[in-house]
Design a protein around this ligand. Structure first.
Ligand code: B3K
Ligand code: ZN
Length: 869
């Protein structure tokens, strides 16, 4: 496979002004007729270079240039393209290709999911549908006609507005027109026997928009939350960004077989059913919240992505980073802002920091790739969103809004770059953001080392800050970046704030900030709200962390202080364990947490976050050589020790919240979600005590709860504790009740696969034999193999290497079916350098075996090559 470089970008030789598609859909094939109106790119010279269209796995049946059928010598077809020589500046091209959607297991292009046809074109799927200039800077108007069997496929959808329809015997057809020019990656069609839920939304200028959700009939009762989320998103984007929707209809379709969460096709979003369907009895709070944010994310793309799109795929974060920032702010406004930030930061630090420190590290705007599908990463999405957040912090809300208005206005209908986005922010602020843009080109997570000094005589407090960014593949040396460091100062005795939050701007490798008029040595509250995606180092003592946890006015930093305290206590005990001693835990952590539990000012959601220990994955991420087995043992011992010390308050809180839950109708709203989270968190501590009344309460919660959040938490507690018999009973009852719902079965698979106590590799193999499992369905693969390799770390890293072998063996199978998924699933093995020498060897051996696959995909090839070096 060849490497594609940003530096090689060239404008397209030809433009496509109009695209007229006609799909004839049959059970064993589809015919795609394309009529394209093309023109030599007027921005370039007036020579007529060959026209090279992208096309993969297409069987060409017919080709005509300006209505003249071409003879065999007049065009060339290879594995990836169709080449011909135009004779005029403006011309039309007609092609007909035959494809086989029913055999498309890659789930890219046109494929079947269950009884329906659907598409996924981003990034380069359109070339699997027809010959085309499949690149985002070629924007065209589209009309689409679909014809199919009337009975089997009563619903025929594509982008835009329906302009015509009709019947012919057993078959029928519909024509759609999208008035907005778009790149091919935003094309979509759907055909199926679908139930439709309809609603409407009146835009800020008073236009009426029809909203439709199409789902399989058995899911008709799971649409309300998605629809509500859509309407909230539409309103929010008007209020916060001044963005109005621009078509008369907005459609969402739910499909079961989908490689990612969802796709923002113009006017016709297609969703993984797990990211849009929910009802309280079947779906957890986490699912409700995920749906709210993904529906918003895809809707927000209508402006940040569709109206203004990317010039090339190196600019992917232009739309993804910005849109993740937008959806995060939306979720923060709809729910608890602090808790949302905590969740996002925990995720970023655990997974994106690991990516940035590993062999697959790349900048927010990568300079090269082999397979673009591999670059839908945490760095592009989550770090990209942090970069936009930093701009927001540096400019302030008002200027940022002016900048986004200018960006949308300047570039509406264009395909642009990250530079254009930053340029709009520069225009409105008058700032030179050249150095800030290093965030787009430098990979790696900067480290901030902060120290301080206080001069009582001068009443002066000084902060010394050094930044440095570790080397990453291809980038041995880094320049200092622009880093907003939000800082407050607390009175070290009373805890009162002596300086409110101030954004210190780092621009140099080393800088000093002076605060004057400070009456006594203060305690700094640094990087408030996680104002930059960096690793912060400041030598807080445990007493200071406990103090910040009790007093900081910044909710995020209270949580952070608790996490840092827990990390210190854990690390000390881990060293003891590694030295063959019995780990002992500093009681300061339990004391600090008991104050948190008793605090009547704190809401339940934040309490739940504060009493949660850092995840095993994060604790490992912090170690130079990750010691999975000992870390797991010590973390569990620490949890038990906290449960013992906090038993009384935990019991009280659990009982009170469970009572309250029983007496309240379930609603997936922030207050209730926070209470359930605390309830379930306390239960998980209490279960460690192995007491009969607690086990009984857990089983009662499992059997009696009227919602999946409480049931699933109870089930997880049974599966994760040494009560195998009760766990198996509960699993069996659960399976019987929910066997018909694939989304609930995903949860059933995943709760087992994630549990180190319950599932070793043998158990994972058994789950894969279950009739509800299918290796062809990405949700099932994620629920079993994904959960095993990412959440069941002790078993995945089992000493005999069996976890690695199992994953690699399945990656090999997946690679023959769905390369996007194989390249994703192999990820946990690619971090082999983080582990102990024996594990490194075992992991490498598996990766090397995979490299020998006779027919390896480009996706997997690239990941293996980068990981093995
Ligand atoms: N833009 C899509 C992702 C497409 C991934 C293609 N491999 C979903 C999203 O980010 O909204
Ligand atoms: Zn997106």
């Amino acid at each position: 496979p060849k490497t594609i470089r940003l530096a090689d970008y060239r404008a397209p030789d030809y433009l496509i002004h109009e695209t007229h598609l006609h799909f004839e859909l049959y059970d064993d094939h589809a015919l795609v007729h394309a009529h394209l109106v093309l023109e030599r790119n007027p921005q370039l010279d007036d020579s007529l270079p060959p026209l090279v269209l992208d096309g993969v796995k297409l069987e060409l049946k017919h080709i005509a240039l300006d209505d003249r059928v071409l003879g065999a010598g007049e065009y060339q077809v290879d594995e990836e393209s169709l080449r011909l020589q135009p004779e005029k500046n403006s011309f039309t091209l007609d092609t007909t290709v035959r494809i086989e959607p029913q055999n498309n297991t890659e789930l890219e292009g046109l494929y079947r999911s269950g009884g329906m046809f659907c598409t996924q074109c981003e990034a380069e799927g359109f070339r699997k549908i027809t010959y085309y200039l499949d690149r985002p800077d070629v924007m065209s108007s589209f009309t689409t006609t679909l014809s199919a069997d009337k009975q089997q496929y009563p619903v025929l959808l594509s982008n835009g507005n329906k302009i015509d329809e009709g019947e012919e015997g057993e078959r029928h057809w519909a024509s759609w027109e999208d008035p907005h020019k778009k790149p091919a990656y935003l094309f979509a069609l759907v055909a199926g026997d679908l139930w439709c839920v309809e609603d409407s939304f009146t835009t800020m200028s008073g236009r009426e928009v029809t909203l439709r959700m199409f789902v399989e009939p058995q899911n008709a009762d799971k649409c309300q939350h998605g629809m509500d989320s859509l309407k909230k998103s539409m309103r929010w984007d008007e209020e916060v960004y001044g963005r109005e929707y621009d078509l008369d209809i907005f459609m969402i379709v739910a499909v079961d077989d989908f490689n990612m969460g969802a796709m923002e096709n113009k006017g016709l979003n297609i969703f993984n059913s797990s990211c849009v369907l929910a009802k309280p009895e079947n779906s957890t709070d986490a699912a409700f919240q995920r749906i709210e944010s993904i529906v918003a994310h895809e809707y927000f793309h209508n402006w940040s992505g569709n109206r203004v799109t990317c010039r090339d795929w190196f600019q992917l974060s232009l739309k993804e980073g910005f849109t993740v920032f937008r959806d995060a702010e939306f979720s923060a406004d709809m729910n608890s802002r602090t808790v949302k930030r905590i969740e996002d930061v925990a995720y970023l630090r655990t997974h994106q920091f690991a990516e940035d420190a590993g062999p697959l590290a790349h900048p927010v705007r990568p300079a090269e790739y082999m397979e673009i599908s591999n670059f839908y990463t945490l760095t592009i999405y989550e770090k990209g969103a942090e970069v936009v957040r930093m701009l927001h912090t540096l400019l302030g809300a008002e200027l940022f809004r002016k900048g986004s208005d200018l960006y949308f206005e300047r570039h509406d209908g264009q395909a642009v770059t990250c530079d254009d986005f930053v340029a709009a922010m520069e225009s409105v602020s008058g700032r030179d953001l050249t150095r800030f843009k290093l965030w787009y080109s430098q990979a790696g997570t900067p480290v901030l080392q902060v120290s301080d000094s206080y001069d009582a005589e001068k009443q002066e407090y000084r902060l010394q800050v050094r930044q440095n960014c570790p080397p990453t593949p291809g980038q041995p040396v880094k320049e200092p970046m622009v880093i907003p460091l939000a800082t407050g100062l607390l009175d070290a005795v009373t805890g009162e704030e002596v300086r409110g939050t101030q954004v210190l701007e780092l621009t140099e490798a080393s800088q000093e900030f002076i605060f004057t008029g400070i009456a006594s040595q203060p305690l700094p509250s640094l990087l408030r709200g996680f104002s930059a995606p960096v690793r912060l180092e400041y030598a807080y003592s445990r007493e200071q962390l406990a103090f910040l946890l009790a007093h900081d006015s910044d909710g995020f930093n209270r949580w952070e202080a608790g996490q840092q305290l827990a990390i210190q206590v854990f690390s000390e005990a881990l060293t003891q364990q590694q030295n063959g001693q019995t780990p002992a835990f500093d009681p300061q952590l339990a004391q600090a947490l008991s104050k948190v539990l008793a605090d009547t000012q704190l809401d339940e959601a934040l309490k739940a976050e504060i009493i949660s220990l850092p995840s095993l994955a994060y604790l490992l991420e912090l170690q130079t050589e990750a010691d999975v087995a000992n870390s797991h043992v010590v973390r569990e011992a620490l949890r038990l020790s906290l449960a013992q010390q906090l038993e009384q308050p935990l019991r009280e809180i659990y009982q009170q919240l469970r009572e309250q839950a029983r007496a309240t109708d379930y609603r997936p709203e922030a207050g209730q979600i926070g209470r359930r989270r605390l309830q379930n968190m306390t239960l998980s501590y209490l279960m460690l005590l192995e007491q009969d009344d607690i086990l009984a309460a857990c089983i009662a919660q499992f059997e009696q709860a009227d919602n999946m959040t409480e049931r699933m938490a109870a089930l997880a507690n049974l599966v994760n504790n040494p009560v195998r018999e009760q766990a198996e009973q509960a699993l069996a009852a659960f399976e019987q009740e929910f066997a018909v719902d694939p989304l609930v079965m995903d949860q059933w698979f995943s709760v087992q696969a994630s549990s180190p106590l319950f599932s070793d590799t043998a158990q994972i193999r058994q789950l894969m034999q279950h009739p509800a499992f299918s290796i062809k369905n990405p949700n099932k693969v994620r629920a079993v193999l994904g959960a095993f390799s990412q959440h069941n770390l002790p078993q995945f890293h089992a000493a005999d290497g069996s976890g690695y072998a199992l994953l690699a063996e399945q990656v090999a199978v997946l690679d023959g079916l769905n390369p996007q998924i194989s390249a994703r699933m192999v990820n946990p093995l690619t971090r082999w350098q983080r582990y102990q020498p024996r594990q490194q060897q075992q992991m490498r051996a598996e990766l090397e075996k995979l490299q020998q696959l006779p027919k390896i995909s480009r996706d997997l090839f690239e990941v293996l090559e980068k990981s093995l070096g």
